[in-house]
Ligand binder design. Sequence first.
Ligand code: ZN
Length: 126
Amino acid sequence: MDALVGHALRSPRLEVCGLIGGVGEVAVSRYPVANVARDPARRFEMDPRAQIDVFRALREENQELYAIYHSHPDGPAEPSATDLEQAAYPDAFYLIVSLAGTAAPEVRAFRLVDNAFAAVDLVVEG
Ligand SMILES: [Zn+2]
């Protein structure tokens, strides 16, 4: 979680994105992926080649796609309409890091259920 928030904080004006690999119910790896969207301050689009490389790495490590994360530099930790349009992995969690607040960055988790995002509890174990 620290690494994920750190990634967002290193590019506070742009949406950053990446993939998280897991085994069972536990996230075990994180792969930052370049955001190649035309307007990366407001959108994210993962570099398709890098994304394929990550999926291959996950297979080789016997991991599954656990979560897809991205940041919202100016928006809340809620999926946008565009996020919903682009969401394609009902088996993965969607994590959103919001840098919009004045307090510490906020991370919330969602899951795609019946073409809508449902918030889920995020449990971080040290
Ligand atoms: Zn978003």
